[in-house]
Design a protein around this ligand. Structure first.
Ligand code: SAH
Length: 397
């Protein structure tokens, strides 16, 4: 196949050569190759200003990120065979890491599959497409997945808001086979059921796996509060690891039912209870009742989605963490997470330090966690490293 060339402006090849994989719209030479001549998702040959090929990619003329590099070898375009190859490479890492088939199989640019996220629940697979270039390849993705892991069912969970930026509609529908409402997940020796079509994102947050494992060290005999609990992943694992009691907090309508079911699946229903309410409200109430917990976990949704929300979002993290510290026992452990890329690790550390000073408590950071290894970081794309988890101990001053 001959690819349409896409010419970059002078010196705009530097970032690609240095390892990045995106081209922004202002970097394209619109005189030689006007962006408007391309269709959304069209494959292109990316050239520097003097016409040397830099590799292949796909384009979207309507977005700020105009081109995503697919291969530095001009021979390869994104087709079924390249997707199969890259899924196999992604799979080989996951098979090294995990002895059971429950993980994120593909994490977009980090696995050289720009715009494609694949989460695996045994022989059921949930796929999220975020770019027009990948949307054009839906049949190829299904065929490649059938080749690589032979799933029984595949679900398109194509309802993320970011699709609108790419001019894509939002939908959730089966791509192959019969997709059940709930799928089994096994993690750190525990069993869960995750709602695939109606749950958050793709159903389960695999990125927190190692932080949930770390938690085991802190919870024996403890009173635990799991705030923003969703399916009870942290809370139920704490109960299994010997917590005396666990209160899970989440505002979503279904959470009580889901958490209860997951507690039962692991024979810890007698230890786990659920409060369905706004997290800030619950913390305020617990503080007023002078309740204290040995371990508090905060795993909120991203309060900062765009750069312009940094100030307001950081204040929300500040308020939340301070309230959590106020219900911590004398030498309690706070597990404070943030999945907002725009709240950098240093800023979350600062939030925690400020909170501890405000309450006049001595704080030590015992461990720092990040996203699990099935969410690899692309070294040139800082946005691919987004999850922070601080394990802090708060003592009297
Ligand atoms: N801790 C979970 C993931 C949390 S996702 C895990 O380990 O899998 C964030 C959760 O926060 C969602 O379930 C959502 O329903 C809940 N949520 C969002 N805003 C909330 C609020 N203001 N109060 C309580 N829960 C909230």
């Amino acid at each position: 196949m001959t690819l349409a060339p896409l010419r970059l402006n002078k010196n705009e090849d530097h970032r690609l050569r240095a390892g990045h994989v995106w081209v922004f719209s202002n970097e394209v030479d619109n005189r030689v190759t006007p962006l408007t001549q391309f269709e959304p998702g069209q494959p292109v040959l990316i050239e520097d200003a003097s016409g040397h090929a830099l590799g292949t990619g796909y384009v979207n003329p309507g977005t700020l990120i105009s081109v995503r590099l697919v291969s530095r070898d001009p021979k390869y375009v994104l087709d079924q065979s390249l997707i199969t190859h890259r899924l196999n490479i992604a799979l080989s890492l996951r098979e090294k890491l995990f002895d059971k088939p429950y993980y994120r199989l593909a994490f977009g640019d980090s696995d050289a599959l720009p715009g494609l996220i694949v989460d695996r629940y045994g022989d059921i697979v949930v796929v999220q497409i975020t770019t027009a270039g990948m949307e054009r390849l839906k049949n190829e993705i299904v065929a490649a997945l059938e080749k690589v892991i032979k799933p029984r069912a595949i679900l398109w969970r194509n309802d993320s808001p970011s699709r609108e930026l790419e001019g894509l509609n939002r939908y959730v529908e089966p791509a192959l086979g019969e997709v059940p409402d709930m799928a089994l997940v096994e993690e750190n020796g525990a069993k869960f059921e995750a709602p695939l079509t109606t749950g958050q994102k793709t159903g389960w947050f695999y990125d927190q796996r190692l932080n949930r494992k770390r938690l085991q060290h802190y919870v024996r005999g403890a009173k635990v509060l799991d705030v923003f609990s969703y399916l009870g992943a942290f809370g139920v694992q704490a109960a299994i690891a010997g917590a005396e009691s666990v209160i899970c907090v989440d505002s979503s309508q279904k959470s009580p039912e889901w958490i209860q079911r997951n507690a039962e699946l692991n024979n810890v229903a007698d230890k786990v209870s659920v409060q369905r309410d706004d997290a800030f409200e619950v913390l305020r109430r617990l503080r007023a009742e002078r309740q204290r917990f040995d371990v508090v976990i905060l795993d909120p949704p991203a309060f900062i989605k765009r750069k312009k929300d940094i100030k307001e979002g950081t204040l929300a993290y500040q308020r939340l963490n301070q309230m959590a510290m106020q219900v911590l026992a004398k030498d309690g452990i706070l597990v404070s997470c943030s999945c907002s890329y725009h709240l950098h690790r240093d800023s979350l550390r600062d939030v925690l330090l400020k909170g501890s000073r405000h309450l006049d408590r001595f704080m030590e950071i015992v461990e720092e966690g990040h996203q699990g290894p099935d969410h690899p970081v692309h070294p040139a794309i800082p946005e691919t490293g987004y999850l922070k988890a601080f394990f802090c101990r708060l003592l009297p001053s």
